[in-house]
Design a protein around this ligand. Structure first.
Ligand SMILES: C[S@@+](CC[C@H](N)C(=O)[O-])C[C@H]1O[C@@H](n2cnc3c(N)ncnc32)[C@H](O)[C@@H]1O
Length: 257
C-alpha cells in the first residue's frame, strides 16, 4: 500500500470510524481513487483536506464507500424460502422472534421481514433491529420513502397493504415502520446484539478481507440463539461453516447448532 493511501485510511478511520484496511484493498482503492479523480484531486492528502472542509464531499465519499444498493425482497426466491421453510422452522417451538438485519442500508430488508411476518405469521411477536454503519442511509430508512423500482419484487397485495403512493413515491405505512428499530452499528468494531433468532446480513461481507469475515462469522455465531438462522447474500456462501457452529440448511441459510 502506498504511504499516502495508508495515511488517508488512518485519517478516515479517525474521522468516520470506518477502518478501510479491513475492506478488500484493490476494490476499495479503485472506488475511492476514481471518485477523487472525478472531483479533481491529484492525491490523497489534498482530497482528505477537501473532505474535512466540505460536508457535501464527505457525504458523497461516505456513499461511495458504503455502497448502499438495496431493494425489497432482494433475490425473491430466497425470501420465498424464508416464508415457506425458514420461519416455520424458527417458530416450531416458540412464537417470539428477535430479528437483526445487519447492514440494512435504506431499510428495504428489515421492512421486508416486518411485512412478511405481519402478513403470513400474524401470531409471531417479532422484535426487529436494523443496523448500518452509515447515518445517511439510516435517516432514509427511517423516512421509508421509495421509488417504484425498489418494490419491483413485491406483490400488488403487499404494495397495496403496506404502502401509500404519493407523488410518484411509495411511503411505507407506520404499522410497518413502527416494528423496526434502526441503530448505527459498525460490524467491524461494535458489540453485537445477543439472543438473535434470525440474523440477516446480505451483500456487505463481500467487501471485507477474509480475516475480517472470519471474525464477523465468529461473532454472528455468538449472537445467534441455538437453532438460530443466519441469512446471507447470494454470493456469500460460507466455506467451512462448521468452524462457526453453523450448518447449511437451505441455500444461503445457516443454522446454529
Ligand atoms: C449493498 S448494501 C446491502 C443492503 C442490504 N443488506 C441488501 O442486501 O440489500 C451494503 C451496506 O453495508 C453497509 N456497511 C458497509 N460497511 C459496514 C460496516 N463496517 N458495518 C455495518 N454496515 C456496513 C453500507 O453502509 C451499506 O448500507
Amino acid at each position: 500500500m502506498s504511504q499516502d493511501y495508508i495515511q488517508f485510511i488512518s485519517r478516515i478511520n479517525r474521522k468516520l470510524g470506518i477502518d478501510l484496511s479491513l475492506y478488500k484493498e484493490a476494490q476499495m482503492k479503485r472506488r475511492i481513487t476514481s471518485l477523487r479523480n472525478k472531483r479533481g484531486y491529484q492525491d490523497f492528502v489534498t482530497y482528505y483536506r477537501a473532505l474535512e472542509e466540505s460536508e457535501t464531499l464527505l457525504e458523497e465519499f461516505t456513499k461511495r464507500l458504503t455502497i448502499n444498493v438495496s431493494e425489497f425482497y432482494r433475490n425473491p426466491k430466497r425470501w420465498n424460502a424464508l416464508e415457506k421453510d425458514i420461519i416455520p422452522l424458527l417458530t416450531k417451538k416458540k412464537n417470539k422472534l428477535t430479528v437483526w438485519s445487519a447492514a440494512c442500508s435504506t431499510g428495504e430488508e428489515p421492512y421486508s421481514i416486518a411485512m412478511l411476518l405481519t402478513e403470513l405469521f400474524p401470531e409471531v411477536q417479532a422484535t426487529i433491529i436494523a443496523t448500518d454503519i452509515d447515518e445517511f442511509v439510516l435517516k432514509q430508512a427511517k423516512q421509508g420513502v421509495y421509488p417504484e423500482q425498489s418494490l419491483k419484487n413485491l406483490s400488488t397485495n403487499f404494495k397495496d397493504k403496506f404502502f401509500t403512493y404519493k407523488n410518484k413515491l411509495y411511503h411505507i405505512n407506520n404499522s410497518v415502520k413502527n416494528q423496526v428499530t434502526f441503530k448505527k452499528h459498525n460490524l467491524l468494531a461494535d458489540t453485537y446484539p445477543e439472543n438473535v433468532d434470525l440474523l440477516i446480513c446480505r451483500n456487505v461481507l463481500i467487501y471485507f478481507t477474509d480475516q475480517a469475515k472470519d471474525n464477523i462469522y465468529q461473532k454472528f455465531s455468538s449472537s445467534l440463539n441455538e437453532q438460530g438462522i443466519l441469512f446471507v447474500g447470494s454470493t456469500e456462501q460460507i466455506f467451512n461453516s462448521e468452524r462457526y457452529n453453523l450448518k447449511l440448511v437451505d441455500t444461503f441459510f445457516y443454522q446454529k447448532n
